[in-house]
Design a protein around this ligand. Structure first.
Ligand SMILES: [Zn+2]
Length: 88
């Protein structure tokens, strides 16, 4: 598994979690993640952050995720992706 595959996962993960990624891309992403300890770790940390942000959101507002929450999520994601890439 090459480092460039991991970089691709990091870059696409926010789209993946937002369900904006085409199904064929999701499959190749999931296939890579399953065989890569580094990406498993990264995905778990992102999912935890996403869950935290969404929990806060759900307790106050049952509608769609507000734009400012989405922006927070994206900023948190980009910070983690930057950290993860620097460790490659
Ligand atoms: Zn990987």
């Amino acid at each position: 598994m090459s480092a460039s595959d991991c970089t691709r996962v990091f870059e696409k993960l926010s789209e993946y979690l937002d369900r904006e990624l085409p199904p064929s891309d999701c499959v190749s992403l999931e296939r890579h993640i399953q065989g890569c300890g580094r990406c498993v770790e990264f995905v778990e940390s992102v999912k935890q952050s996403v869950a935290l942000i969404k929990d806060v959101d759900a307790s106050e507002n049952l509608g769609p995720m507000p734009e400012d929450v989405k922006a927070d999520l994206r900023a948190a994601f980009e910070r983690m992706a930057g950290e993860a890439k620097s460790k490659l």
